[in-house]
Design a protein around this ligand. Sequence first.
Ligand SMILES: Cc1ncc(COP(=O)(O)O)c(C=O)c1O
Length: 391
Amino acid sequence: MKYDFDKIINRKGTESVKYDLAEKLFGNGGVLPMWVADMDFEVADFIIEALSERIKHSVFGYTYRPDRFFEIIASWINRRHGWEISPDSIGFSPGIVPALNMCVLEFTDPGDRVVVQPPVYFPFFSAITNHGRELVYNQLNQRDGYYEIDIDSLEATFKEGAKLFFFCNPHNPVGRVWNRKELEKVADLCIRYNVLVVSDEIHSDLILGDHRHIPLASLGKEIADLTLTCMAPSKTFNLAGLYTSMVIATNPELKERYEKVLDAVHVGGDNILGQVALEAAYTHGDDWLDQLLVYLESNYQLLCRKLNSSVPEIVISPLEATYLVWLDFSFMGRSDKELNRFIIDKAGLGLNNGPMFGPGGELHQRLNIATPSKVVEEGVGRLIRAIEEWR
Ligand SMILES: Cc1ncc(COP(=O)(O)O)c(C=O)c1O
């Protein structure tokens, strides 16, 4: 392996949300933080070199994104996902959550219904309710921790008059990569009921095993005409603090309307370091990413081995993508509040509490394994010891 994912980097004292806010958020500064979705790995050397070169120039005035920026993104998406798009269909966003909010503002009116599929990344909810739109749930079905889309009830929500659908693919926190059949069913419904889709594909590069990411909009022109696709190098290359992401719309009308709202709130300016990092990542990042995926898979296997042999009652959702493992603790027979305190105080872990992901999140916790395997071992060890003491 050329890249060293085992290296432990002290992130404390860097104003890291994950590390330096632990005391404030968990009421216990001693927790091992395995929650917010960033990685503990060093950013790849070719990105650091590109950033260092730019920093050496020593002037950081206003800049713009050159055509090259969009060409590099289009080439990455084609290489990694086989989706051929024109650079003109790519818009900028300072982040995916801002993009979700802007899409709600531009493509819906107050009171309109927007559908989400919980348990799901929780800022989906506030992006709807913060602007006075109606949040409509289409809860995922699950059996033994394996989640599927409830297509019949999705159709029912569309029939009742949905304006927009927030789709999450791959799905955080349940780890599914929706397959072609599932995507086709979703696309058919969106087309039949003329529902616009914001497809959040921020985790699309982080695909494990034999799974393959298929962008929803790549299925055909009819669904592409209804879709805005969100992608970013932030999760893939650990660049979340650089606030540089994309919204892709191959339908020129959607693209124009997206750019209009981006201009209206004036957040479309160039973040020079984000731009440089993205270009380096998407130009030189294939090998690094392939090695990262092998490492994440082995961390996931490590976690499964340890938990299955010591606490097989914890249901681990199969991790097809992302580095966020979804764990079901309902066997403990505790309330959500008790479970959460147990995880913090007895296990000494800072995880994401399931209920924050909406209906279906009860008695679950989300655990981030994008960290050196020694840390995964430590975290899983803490969990096992706490449960053995409780038994
Ligand atoms: C599905 C999903 N969308 C968006 C984000 C965050 O996007 P950003 O930091 O670009 O706003 C996350 C972060 O975990 C996520 O999981």
